[in-house]
Each structure stands twice: as structure tokens, then as C-alpha cells.
Write a protein that binds this ligand. Sequence first.
Ligand SMILES: Nc1nc2c(c(=O)[nH]1)NC1C(S)=C(S)[C@@H](COP(=O)(O)OP(=O)(O)OC[C@H]3O[C@@H](n4cnc5c(=O)[nH]c(N)nc54)[C@H](O)[C@@H]3O)O[C@H]1N2
Ligand SMILES: Nc1nc2c(c(=O)[nH]1)N[C@H]1C(S)=C(S)[C@@H](COP(=O)(O)OP(=O)(O)OC[C@H]3O[C@@H](n4cnc5c(=O)[nH]c(N)nc54)[C@H](O)[C@@H]3O)O[C@H]1N2
Ligand SMILES: [Mo]
Length: 644
Amino acid sequence: MKSSDPEGFRRTACTCDCPDACALRLEALPGGGFRVRGDPDSPFTRGAACAKIRRHLRRLNHPARILAPRLKTARGWRDIGWEEALDRAAEAIQSLRREPAAILHIAGDGAKGVLKEAVNLFFAALGASRTRGSLCDAAGYVAGVLDFGSRENNDIEELARARSIALWGKDLQRSSLHTASLVHRARRAGAEVVSISPQGEENRPFADRRIRIRPGGDRFLAAAVLRRLLDEGALPEERFACTRGGEAFRRVLAGRTTAEWLAACDVPPAEAEALARLYRDGGPVATVIGAGLQRVLHGGEAVRWIEALAVLTGNLGRAGAGVYFHLHSFHNLELGWTRGPDPGRRRAFPIADIGGAILAAADPPVRLLWVNGCNIVNQAPDSERTAAAFSRVGFTIVVDAFPTDTAERADLVLPCTLMFEQEDVVGSFLHEYVQHAAAVIAPPPGVRDDYTIVREIARRLDPPVPLPEPEECLRAALRSPWLETSLEELRARGAVRSRRPAIAYEGLRFAHPDGKCRLPAAIHDEEPAPAGYPLRLLSLVRGGAIHSQMLPEEQEIPPAAWIAPESPGLAGIDPERPVALVSPLGRMPVRLRRLAGLHPEAVVVRRGTWMRLGGGINRLIAARVTDIGGGAAFYAQFVRLEND
Ligand SMILES: Nc1nc2c(c(=O)[nH]1)NC1C(S)=C(S)[C@@H](COP(=O)(O)OP(=O)(O)OC[C@H]3O[C@@H](n4cnc5c(=O)[nH]c(N)nc54)[C@H](O)[C@@H]3O)O[C@H]1N2
Ligand SMILES: Nc1nc2c(c(=O)[nH]1)N[C@H]1C(S)=C(S)[C@@H](COP(=O)(O)OP(=O)(O)OC[C@H]3O[C@@H](n4cnc5c(=O)[nH]c(N)nc54)[C@H](O)[C@@H]3O)O[C@H]1N2
Ligand SMILES: [Mo]
């Protein structure tokens, strides 16, 4: 940042794994130094950025940051020069050129951007193994694709035109500042807002009505409301005209009474009645679905039943209505080329059970692991098994900036640049802007960006793997049918809006070849709690930090665990003595806190604390895969409290 910048500020964009993808300004302060704030000129960001940005600035200069490549030796870590590090990495890859499936590439969203995706091109060109599914939103995403033929939203700014908003498991206070502000604006303009969550009081400042639900109960609540509406004749035949599968769907719906559906989700009839009124008479209703509720075994089904409710009550395909769920972060960019010529032929490992899959791999086993932008040991289920898999693989390379639980288990750590230190182009999984993330802060000497690292290695191979210049990647990504811009224009303006229409599935015409929406044909019961483990473990996002991207001194250890004061899980527990959360996989000491309004069968922790400090909730969570999409069913885990 130079104070000589003509405007006194420099424009960039947030590349965090966060829906808001804020437009930012780095502003020079009069006494020297700078600050980062939301860009007031951005129509979406509107000058507001969140606490994650300040935390990120602290990370950039923190003493824990890794500033030279690190090699694990028998006597511990040794800092080495980049030439040696790149030679070693190239040698390891070269030795597997004839058996590329023995290389496994795991990529996360530590920083989002086209050049992060471009790293995949290298591994695709090698023919390396990759991952499939996602730790985040795969069940709900694929549910949308099954229902509608694609996953599209009305423009999020259309929320302002909703007469009612139903928040299904959406944490407005923590997960998306700008969704919160849009909901707030809609409410000020008269919209009625309902929030459905196991944390009864969640979204209190934003919602007129709060419905407390049993974790994993959403599909039953949607069915209860639909059954009610069916019984009172509010779902006439013509509502089904835009759908396929209506007959099987109605059969399932008729299989239980409204009261029976409600018993399955533990919602009182009056609340379901209010929700039925909202969907019947309160339109246009915008349905906003969080990702938490699809992290259960039947998470895909949950989203499909909520989507069915929106479609059959006419609350889709028009202004102010619609179902909102995560979009694809790169839906407005062209990134097909990063997948290489034949992605289907590469071996794919389920990310939701990555440790188990690596341990089970044969023909060939995994001999080399490359991880970038992902704290997989900490963030994927069953951390101990992932750690065991790491020690089984011959050589592991992790590209990161901090000694995370994953980097600690690598053989070679390559230190990377971070947000603000690297140029990129980003999309959003919430809004329709594509933005230029300018490099606005000089990186410390000794670190390199992910794409430069793989290009250096690709050059060293025999034969070398040709990879395009970074600028060429950015230009290729902008050649999207949804954009009309150039890299020059984007650099100058900072952001462009895509040409996508504001209304998705307008007139209830869907993306399936026949134009019809699909209705779910089944609904599965939830698994009962296993004997001795009465509490459902909800490992939720924390305010102010993204996933595990915290500094050691910012972590509360033992981590807090919240429970309803009346929870049967407290029976026999002496809260004055040390308490631990226990699952069949392990135990974690916690600080017990009471949370009035929380469902008594649930216990809440905030995810992201580090294992090596005594945190790491995924040590307790079994690797189970969701019904569709290959998602991770983190919230299917049952636990108990125990005095130490
Ligand atoms: N128990 C439980 N676990 C969960 C979830 C849950 O609900 N419950 N949900 C999860 C969700 S929503 C998600 S999205 C995933 C997140 O899983 P991860 O993507 O693994 O999450 P992060 O902790 O953000 O790890 C990203 C890492 O990338 C590094 N990094 C930052 N910038 C860069 C860069 O430019 N280059 C490189 N190479 N590295 C960089 C950071 O330092 C950090 O260590 O996991 C989830 N894990
Ligand atoms: N501050 C911050 N913001 C973030 C992130 C972060 O790490 N930190 N991560 C970003 C990413 S990658 C993601 S995916 C999103 C995370 O956003 P989400 O995945 O949506 O967040 P969660 O906290 O996992 O779950 C959201 C809410 O769902 C509720 N919930 C849990 N189970 C159920 C259920 O069975 N039914 C219902 N109705 N509700 C349920 C919980 O009360 C919770 O508050 O946030 C993004 N924003
Ligand atoms: Mo996520």
C-alpha cells in the first residue's frame, strides 16, 4: 500500500470461503499504516465487511506464520531453501509419472479464486487421483440439481421483494453478514420472517417467529405442512402441473398424519400451522436454506422436501419468492479447462471419508499426497483416521501458511501467500458479482503462491507439464457465457455483475429436459440415538473466524459446549467438575455452557479449534456420507457428556 495512490485507497476482494465475497478497500491512514473496510461503492458489499478481515490481517504478520519450506527429518523440522524443496517435490512426482493414480490431490477453499482452481490443471494433466463430494454443501446442492435440473437462485437482492422469508437452519448472525442485512431490510419493509432451527432463539433479532426443531427434523416439518395443506385442499391438481412424481409423492405424504409428521420433528402443531399459513397466504415467500441441516444422513432428502414445499405452494420462479441455497462459487466463470481432458477417468476418493478411503486404497495405494488450501485432518470427519492415513502414505506435501493439524503431519510444507498478497479473480456462492482480488500487500519473502509453486514443479518434470501463464488463466475464466468483460476492465472496475436473470426458473420452467421439477418419492426416518449417546452433536460455524483459520491465542481451550438447561444429557453430570464430550471415537474436554431454547437432544460446539491445542471436534465425528452428493454427515454424530 502506497500513500501515493491517487484515490487514497486500493480496491480488492475477499477470497475467504464465505458466501459474501466482499468488495474491499485498503485505505491509507493519515499517520501511516492502513485499514481494510467494505467498499462503500459496491452495490452488494455497501461498505460493510466483517471481523474475519481484521483477524486475517493479524494472521499476515503473525510469528506462527511459516516463512520457509519445511522438511520433516528424523530430528524434527528443518527449514530448507525453495530450490531444494521444489526439487524434492518434483522428484517425488516424477517417480510416479507412470503410476499417477498413486498421487492424491486434495484441494480446499482456504482462499478462493481462479488461480487456486488452476492448480487442479496440473494434477489433471498428470492423471493424479482427486476427491469427490464435499465437506460443505454437496447433499443440498445435488438435491437442487435433482429437483430443478440445475442449482440456481433468484438474485439474492430479490429478498427485498419477499413478503415472507422462511429461514431453514440459517445462522444470520454468524454465517453471512449481507444475507442478514438483506433480511433485515426486507423485514423493515414489512416482510414476516420465520426461523427454523434446533437453537430455538437463533436469529432472534431477525425473525418474528422462531420454531425450534429436533436436529435432522426438517423433512418431516416440510411434510407436516404439506400434508396439512393437502388436507385443506390448498394443493390443487394444477399445482402439480410443473412437476413429475406427484403420485408417489402424495402417497408418501398420505402415509402419515400431520400429527405423526410433527412428532418426528418435535414441532408443536401451532407452529406448523403458522408455517402452513405463511406458505399458503404469505407469498411471495423466499425460502432460505442453510447448509447445516443437510449435514445429516438424509440431508439431501431434507432439502428436497423443503424445495417441494416451495414449489407446490407457488413460491418459486417469481420475484420475491424462490429457494436459496449455496450456488456454485464459480457459476459465472469458465473453469471447465481446469479439470483436464478426461476428468471421469481419474480415480476419485470420497472427501467425506478421506482417511478411510486412503487406508483402503489399493491398485495402486496412495504413495504421494498433495494438499493445498485445506486443513483436512482437522476439518474432515474422523481426524484420527485421516492422521493415520497420512502416516501410511509415503510422502505428503502440504501447501499452507500455518502449522495446522494437517501441515504438522506432512513430510514437506510449502509456505504460501495469503489473501491480499496474490492477484486473483473470484466469484461468490451467494451473489452475482465477479471480482478482481488485487494483490494489495507485499508478501513476506520466502512464500510463494500455489499456482507458481506447481508451475515451478511442472517445469522440472521430464517431460515437463506445460501450464498456462497466470494471466492466461484469468482470461480463460472470464470467457464465460455469463460475463461480458475483460481482465483489463475487471482490474479497473473491481467488479462486474453476471448477466444471469434475476429470477430463476421463471414461470416454473425448470432445467430438466422436460421443463418439469422432480418431487421426492421417499422420506426416511432418522436413526434413533444409540444406547449411551443421547445427544446430537452440532458442530457449527463460529463468529469472526473462518473454519480453522484462527491463531493459537484466539482459541478457547477447552472449547465451549452449549446444552439446554433441561437436557436429559445432563443427568448425573456434576457441572462443577471437568466435563468431556464423548463419542465412540474419542473424548474432548469441554467447558459446559447453558443455552436456553436449544433443543434438549442437542449439544452445540463451534468448529475449528486445533487438535494439537486440545480442540478438533472431528476427532469425535465418524465419517459418514450423506444420502446424495457425497457430503459429510457431521451432524449425524451422537455423543454424551461425562465427568472426567
Ligand atoms: N465438524 C465439522 N467439520 C466441518 C464442517 C461441519 O459442519 N462440522 N463443515 C465444514 C465446511 S462448511 C467446510 S467448507 C470445510 C472447510 O474445510 P477447510 O477448507 O479445510 O477449512 P479451513 O480451516 O479454512 O482450511 C483452509 C486452510 O487453507 C489455508 N490457506 C489459506 N489461504 C491459502 C492459500 O492461498 N493457499 C493455500 N495453499 N492455503 C491457504 C489456511 O491457512 C487453512 O489452513 O470443512 C468443514 N468441516
Ligand atoms: N463467521 C463465519 N462465517 C462463515 C463460515 C465460517 O467458518 N465462519 N463458513 C462459511 C461456509 S464455508 C459455510 S458452508 C457457511 C456455514 O453455514 P452453515 O453451514 O449454514 O452453518 P452451520 O453453523 O453449520 O449451520 C447453520 C445453522 O443450522 C442450524 N441447524 C443445525 N442442524 C439443523 C437442523 O437439523 N435443522 C435446522 N433447521 N437447522 C439446523 C444451526 O442452528 C446453525 O446455526 O458459512 C460461511 N460463513
Ligand atoms: Mo462450507
